[in-house]
Unconditional design. Structure first.
Length: 134
């Protein structure tokens, strides 16, 4: 048990190190990890303006990364066929293969955003998260 805790601490430190390195030039870089079936954010908010999402697929399946500006909670977008409605789409990375890292730079206004993967079945499986621009 003690070794597990140590391992988790090391992993957390490594994650923080990566996030800090990515944020050298600006506080507006947001680290994102995709897996089955989550969108994991290094931070849940960013200041308005230019925001750089650094998206890494740490899973075993291909994923995508979709940014929607919507008042609706990320978990409340279910549309036909089990996919999310993409109303308010302000940008996306269509394909992120396992192990791949891609960047998406967007100019975002203040408000609520929903970040998700909308490949068939992935949204319904829970691959979404709320994000705020302040
Ligand atoms: Cu996915």
């Amino acid at each position: 048990m003690r070794s597990l805790i140590a391992l988790v601490a090391v992993a957390a430190a490594a994650t923080i190190g990566v996030a800090a390195a990515g944020a050298v030039t600006t506080g507006k870089t947001v680290g994102v990890k995709l897996n089955e079936f989550n969108v994991l954010l290094a931070k849940q908010a960013a200041p308005a303006g230019k925001v750089v999402f650094v998206v890494k697929n740490v899973g075993k399946m291909e994923h995508e990364f979709v940014v929607l500006k919507t008042a609706k909670p990320a978990g409340d977008l279910l549309s036909h066929g089990g996919e999310a409605s993409e109303a308010g789409n302000v940008g996306e990375i269509a394909t992120v293969k396992p192990g791949e890292t891609k960047k998406l730079t967007l100019t975002l206004k203040k408000g609520h955003y929903s970040l998700l993967c909308n490949l068939p079945g992935h949204y319904k499986a829970g691959q979404f998260v709320d994000f705020y621009v302040r």
